[in-house]
Design a protein. Structure first.
Length: 284
């Protein structure tokens, strides 16, 4: 599987693809790497063409890290137009889910369905559960020149488990290293910006009015913040399909790759169907 580069204004995005069939594009959150995605790409490649790319400034991709999420939305549009070359199922994990949601509102012609895993959409509207201390703690460490420590501090907060501990510390060492290698881009993403990654510049009503079918994945062992953000959107989009991933935290792609792949696959094979506001349960 060879890494290729897509040249854009001010950046070169690294991507790879595997499998054949209808395209599925994977959009990572605050960190990326082959180990971070776990077995999900290989599982999906059994019956889909899977495109995985590193966002601008992250890991293999070139370009300056940016707090302006509109750049990432435009880059995703370019990946869909020039690499996927057909309406694709877009799976966004964490802040990558915010990029996917914004893209669907701007360019629904490029997307057949959207699947998101615990996106922090409009996250500052519910600054509970330690969000503000987590952001400040990361920034203080960054100012002191401890970038990897700053990134780890925020990853531990984002990955907190209801059952105790957090998904970051539970992850294999190679995953933690890949995430920390993304520290510079991740910390830039946390910088204050009117079009920041929490997507407050995108109205919830725009997502609600988007014609693209939407599936929202929730991990049952994640912290309550993600549940609160999901509830806000569920009220606006009663037809949104919700799938709860049992025995998983925020890093569900590692905890339960089969369940995540199944949810994406189901959304991809029935993109014209909007399921009512019921909770699905993953079969495995």
């Amino acid at each position: 599987m060879n890494t290729q580069k897509l040249s854009l204004d001010g950046a070169r995005l690294a991507y790879d693809e595997r499998g054949s069939g209808d395209p599925v594009v994977l959009v990572h959150g605050a960190g990326t790497g082959s180990a971070v995605w776990g077995a999900v790409p290989a599982m999906l490649a059994e019956d889909h063409r899977v495109i995985r790319y590193d966002r601008r400034g992250f890991l293999r991709s070139e370009g300056s890290p940016t707090p302006d999420a509109r750049r990432h939305v435009a880059d995703l549009a370019a990946v869909l137009e020039r690499v996927a070359r057909a309406p694709a199922t877009v799976f966004g994990w964490s802040s990558g889910g915010n990029v996917a949601l914004a893209l669907a509102t701007r360019r629904p012609d490029l997307v057949s369905s959207v699947v998101v895993l615990e996106p922090p959409f409009h996250g500052l509207r519910r600054p509970r559960n330690g969000l503000i201390p987590a952001l400040l703690g990361a920034k203080v460490r960054q100012v002191r020149g401890r970038r990897r420590e700053a990134a780890a501090h925020f990853f531990r907060w984002a990955g907190v488990r209801r059952s105790g501990g957090n998904s970051f510390d539970d992850a294999p060492a190679e995953v933690r290293e890949e995430l920390l290698d993304c520290a510079e881009a991740m910390l830039a993403e946390l910088d204050p910006h009117p079009a920041g990654i929490l997507m407050h510049h995108v109205k919830a009503g725009e997502v609600a009015a988007c014609p693209v079918p939407l599936t929202w994945l929730l991990s049952e062992d994640s912290g309550p913040w993600y549940e609160q953000l999901h509830a806000d959107m569920q009220r606006r989009i009663p037809a949104m399909r919700t799938v709860r991933i049992e025995r998983a935290g925020h890093f569900a792609v590692l905890d339960r790759p089969g369940a995540v792949a199944d949810a994406i696959r189901e959304a991809a094979v029935a993109p014209t169907r909007r399921v009512g506001a019921t909770d699905g349960r993953s079969p495995r």
